[in-house]
Design a protein around this ligand. Structure first.
Ligand SMILES: CC(C)(COP(=O)(O)OP(=O)(O)OC[C@H]1O[C@@H](n2cnc3c(N)ncnc32)[C@H](O)[C@@H]1OP(=O)(O)O)[C@@H](O)C(=O)NCCC(=O)NCCS
Length: 195
């Protein structure tokens, strides 16, 4: 299994491990997670097993890179963030959730900055994108804080739990990332360890 590690002062991100399975159901139990993602609700132990096994398989085939987010101060697994590539276009889409007890601590923003850097520096992507429902402004704030730009609203773009939903789309290009300058890049301290 890949041993990529992304790290900042506050966070560590690593591929999901089977040891994470038991913690996932309680992390995703808040209804706001199902309301804003495709995480199943109710969420069973079997869902967690399938999620982790699938994530590990997809990583091996470069179909998705799903990371566990660890809060270093707490020493806890607090959420997940994944990059889903369309490599023929050198681009990828991000998805994420953070367990509700850990909201508002900058976890998603810090993780997204690390993931963006991984996408450009390690995967050599040209574009990284993400969308959120219009009823989820916190996620839009995360995208903007990670220096993605808003590209507009896609009307009824996603069929989510039997409802067509508008999605507000954000992206960062390699040229934006390169132009950010040293300031924002210094907010992360990513390292990758492959063995
Ligand atoms: C969205 C989510 C990932 C944010 O995680 P987080 O770790 O709390 O995010 P951060 O702390 O990095 O940043 C959250 C920002 O949103 C802001 N925010 C929170 N609620 C908000 C609201 N109702 N309207 C606008 N901004 C809001 C916070 O104030 C913070 O911004 P600030 O630092 O400028 O104050 C988390 O709430 C979550 O998992 N939600 C359910 C799943 C989900 O929405 N996934 C994303 C799908 S696109």
């Amino acid at each position: 299994m890949d041993k990529t590690i992304l790290e900042s002062a506050a966070l560590l991100m690593r591929p999901l491990e089977t040891g994470d399975i038991d913690e996932i159901p309680s992390l995703v139990e808040a209804p706001e997670i199902a309301a804003n993602t495709f995480v199943p609700r109710p969420y069973t132990a079997e869902d967690a097993v399938e999620f982790v096994q699938r994530a590990r398989e997809r990583w091996q085939y470069d179909e998705a890179y799903v990371f566990a987010i660890i809060d270093k101060d707490l020493g806890r697994f607090v959420g997940c963030m994944g990059l889903h590539p369309a490599l023929e276009h050198d681009r990828a889409e991000v998805g994420y959730w953070v367990g509700k007890p850990y909201w508002g601590r900058g976890v998603a923003t810090g993780a997204l900055r690390l993931l963006i850097r991984f996408g450009f520096d390690v995967l050599n992507l040209n574009r990284i994108e993400a969308g959120h429902f219009d009823h989820n402004p916190a996620s839009g704030r995360v995208m903007l804080k990670a220096n993605m730009r808003c590209e507009g609203l896609r009307r009824q773009y996603i069929l989510h739990r039997d409802q067509y939903k508008d999605v507000i789309w954000h992206a960062i290009l390699r040229e934006d990332f390169n132009a950010e300058g040293k300031d924002s890049k210094d907010q992360t301290n990513e390292k990758t360890a492959e063995d």
